[in-house]
Design a protein around this ligand. Structure first.
Ligand code: NAP
Ligand code: FE
Length: 363
């Protein structure tokens, strides 16, 4: 049986916000806007939203304190402000960080969660509606039931998932990604690529998603260079945003795997961006899973018209050799943490602690 659930209403393309403005105006009485410090404005998404809010006389409070890899502490601060300003829905604008923070604030307030209770699935019974306006093409969080939060105290990054946090509406306008710096364009494309590949690796893989996976990966391979050469080319930006959306739709169903778990400590301990942390292990993970999902990967490469070697060469171009040296202590400690993460349940084969250490040592 194939089961697929994706309740997010998507408005797509230029002017998508204005096409769906009436829907937005009907969600609640006062919006809590969650952003980073600069991208919401630079991307043009926030000015558009301000225009729309004026038109519909929508009330709001703007919380602009979310940094990359959103921290639990900042999220709790946002939750307090959401309450004290009597808001009743959220609008996340930005990359995955503000969008995930909006999802987390939603459940913290709705369920009166304290400290690290966000990770206790049984405590999440309600959520305030979340609207997403992505300004990167990578995480796909605009269509996923996940949020990834970093606990600075424990120096630990971990996700939680609940169907209640699927955004109710996502406004996807590729023009909002014109302003992305080259590095963020590349890193986020690698994140989308990871999600799409994980749709093949995952034990919850589903044939229904294969066309999205192969089309999405094909788009990234064909388009990334064009988007770098000409950052304000709508067609390239739209293709990358489409691939990101497909990646989100895929992991919403199939979940993520070792490919993602292994990247989290590389971000928290060595500062690699989320997408690049996925990128540096992508080849090793493909090698590890290849024997188990050989038929699917061969079908993928055939569909997109590239050999596996050609794919590795393409990756080498975008993933520079890491300049970090992982300490033995880090490898020991993080391998155990990775092995215990919830994403590991989706791996297509049993992965030993030793195999995780070998991948880390190869960096
Ligand atoms: P991000 O962390 O949201 O943003 C990265 C950087 O790009 C920030 O400096 C941001 O600036 C800037 N930026 C964003 N949009 C821009 C634009 N249009 N123009 C110029 N600068 C822009 O990046 P992300 O890769 O999208 O999100 C990563 C987070 O999402 C990680 O925490 C990751 O674990 C998570 N994630 C979640 C899911 C999920 O399903 N929930 C899936 C994969 C990854 P500002 O600081 O000013 O905003
Ligand atoms: Fe990701």
């Amino acid at each position: 049986m194939i089961k697929y659930f994706m309740p997010t209403k998507i408005y797509w393309g230029k002017d998508s916000l204005f096409k769906g403005g009436k829907d937005l105006a009907e969600i609640g009485k006062k919006a809590f806007i969650v952003t980073g410090r600069g991208s919401a404005l630079i991307s043009g998404a926030l000015p558009d939203l301000h225009r729309l809010m004026k038109e519909y006389a929508i009330k709001y409070f703007h919380f602009a304190e979310i940094e990359e890899n959103p921290e639990l502490q900042a999220i709790h601060r946002g939750a307090d402000l959401f309450k004290s300003n009597n808001c009743d829905y959220l609008i996340g604008i930005g990359g995955g960080s503000p969008l995930d923070a909006a999802k987390a604030i939603s459940v913290i307030v709705a369920n009166n969660l304290q400290n690290r209770e966000i990770y206790e699935a049984a405590k999440i019974k309600k959520a305030y509606p979340v609207v997403a306006m992505p300004t990167t093409s990578g995480t796909g969080t605009e269509v996923t039931p996940y949020s990834v939060v970093t606990d600075k105290m424990l120096n630990k990054k971990a996700g939680f998932g609940n169907p209640l946090i699927f955004p109710v509406i996502s406004f996807c306008n590729p023009e909002y990604t014109y302003s992305l710096p080259e590095k963020v364009t590349v890193d986020t494309a690698l994140d989308a690529l990871s999600h799409l590949l994980e749709g093949i690796y995952s034990l919850k893989r589903c044939d229904l998603l294969f066309p999205l996976i192969s089309d999405g990966i094909g788009k990234i391979i064909d388009t990334l260079e064009k988007a770098i050469d000409d950052p304000i080319n709508y067609d390239s930006r739209e293709k990358l945003m489409t691939a990101s959306l497909y990646g989100g739709m895929v992991i919403a169903q199939s979940g993520t795997t070792l490919q993602h778990s292994i990247g989290y400590p590389l971000t928290t301990h060595y500062g690699l961006s989320h997408g690049m942390a996925n990128g540096v292990v992508m080849k090793s993970i493909m090698e590890l899973f290849y024997p188990t999902v050989k038929d699917e990967l061969q079908m993928l490469f055939q569909r997109i018209g590239i050999s596996q070697e050609g794919f590795y060469n393409w990756l080498d171009k975008w993933v520079p050799k890491t300049e970090i040296t992982l300490s033995d202590d880090f490898i020991e400690h993080s391998a155990t943490e990775i092995a215990g993460s919830r994403n590991m349940a989706q791996n297509p084969k049993e992965v030993s602690l030793e195999e995780i250490k070998i991948i880390l040592k190869s960096l």
